[in-house]
Ligand binder design. Structure first.
Ligand SMILES: C[S@@+](CC[C@H](N)C(=O)[O-])C[C@H]1O[C@@H](n2cnc3c(N)ncnc32)[C@H](O)[C@@H]1O
Length: 358
């Protein structure tokens, strides 16, 4: 969840590493994706917080309107990218060039590759103004995905926001692992515990067309986002969303072929060390896994066997270095046999698959 693999092609695929750093301030974000008007974004007008000044004189001049007398005095796409990437780098933003490309592409309503098709294109003053706002927000470590308002998971589009964890690329392994096992079952019933923005449930429903899912979360706000994502990806009819504490809402009888979860798994003492994008903008409810980070794994391993059919699957995402501990929890439980551990792209053990004992 917190450590990710090498950089891939979408903002979702960005690395999120645990590093200490200053906290950005929380703001009532309106995403770039939501901003329809060409002059002043809703995000810009909705913020009530002081904007940090950009460090570069060039940028200040540029965005304070000094360079806007005539269109020929406005900098090109190429200049803008170089200067703003430097500005993000100065603020300690990891991967600054890629971030500016994403933001500029969104402002210009084009793709990242589209930026390079016309490198001498000049931005309008309104476009500069919007870009300035988003660069300032990014300098304050607001996650890129929050600024864009959406991300990609399992090649599907997802709305994101402050109400739920931003779906992480390594969680795709959780989905892949389970799809492999359930492919032969034409009508699997699956429970996704702690669904957040819904990426696991939605991706499973999308990949397994005969499946039916229940997705739980204790956060009603996260569930609202998950419902929007299920609608967006045309799988709403096959997912029931339930506000519940883990598996407590379900009777103690077998009703699922699989239980899947990417539960909160940061040890409480490690929370202050997380990267600012995570520490300040992901909901604490989605992160805090108790004193050893394993509180939710323990509870799910205890509660899941009774809800699973014989031979049913349990798939859990785990934090860096905790796979041996979770394997031990499985070994101690009378309910499961460990089947396999799947590494992420960095080789870190990331997903544990277990089978209900006969
Ligand atoms: C790490 S996030 C994962 C979200 C999503 N499944 C994903 O992979 O992006 C964990 C989720 O568990 C939820 N959660 C925390 N405590 C819970 C509980 N007791 N019962 C159900 N869900 C809980 C949080 O609100 C959060 O949405």
């Amino acid at each position: 969840m917190i450590q990710t693999g090498p950089e891939l092609s979408s903002p979702l695929k960005k690395s999120i590493r645990a590093t200490a750093g200053p906290c950005g301030r929380n703001t009532a974000l309106r995403s770039l994706a939501e901003s329809k008007d060409g002059t002043r974004s809703r995000a810009l007008s909705s913020t009530t917080l002081a904007r940090p000044r950009l460090q570069s004189d060039f940028i200040n001049g540029l965005f304070d309107g000094q360079a806007m007398a005539g269109s020929s005095s406005l900098p090109t796409t190429t200049d803008t990218l170089a200067v703003l990437a430097r500005s993000l780098a100065d603020a300690g933003v990891p991967d600054p060039r890629a971030d500016v490309e994403w933001l500029l592409a969104a402002v210009l309503k084009t793709s990242r590759s589209g930026l390079f098709a016309n490198p001498r294109r000049r931005l309008t003053p309104a476009q500069y103004e919007r870009l300035r706002y988003f660069v300032q927000e990014r300098r304050a470590r607001v996650p890129l995905q929050h600024l864009l308002g959406e991300t990609e998971f399992f090649s599907l589009p997802f709305y994101v926001g402050p109400d739920a964890l931003i779906p992480r690329p390594e969680t795709e392994i959780l989905v892949e692992t389970l799809v492999d096992r359930l492919d032969a079952n034409t009508e699997p019933r699956i429970l996704d515990v702690g669904t957040g923005a819904g990426p696991v449930a939605v991706a499973l429903a999308h990949s397994l067309p005969g499946s039916r899912l229940v997705a739980t979360d204790v956060s009603p706000r996260a569930l609202r986002l998950a419902v929007r994502n299920a609608c967006r990806n045309d799988v709403r009819q096959r997912i029931a969303f339930v506000c519940a504490d883990l598996l407590a809402a379900f009777r103690s009888r077998a009703m699922f072929h699989a239980v899947v979860s990417n539960p909160p798994y940061v040890a409480t003492g490690d929370l202050p060390n997380l990267q600012p994008e995570v520490r300040c903008f992901d909901p604490p409810l989605a992160l805090d896994g108790g004193p050893d980070g394993l509180a939710f794994h323990r509870s799910i391993i205890n509660q899941a066997p009774e809800r699973l059919y014989e031979g049913g699957w349990l798939a859990l995402e785990v934090a860096d270095g905790t796979a041996p501990d979770v394997r031990e929890l499985l070994a101690e439980s009378s309910g499961f046999i460990h089947e396999r551990t799947v590494p992420d792209l960095t080789g870190t053990e990331r997903v544990l698959l277990a089978r209900k004992r006969a």
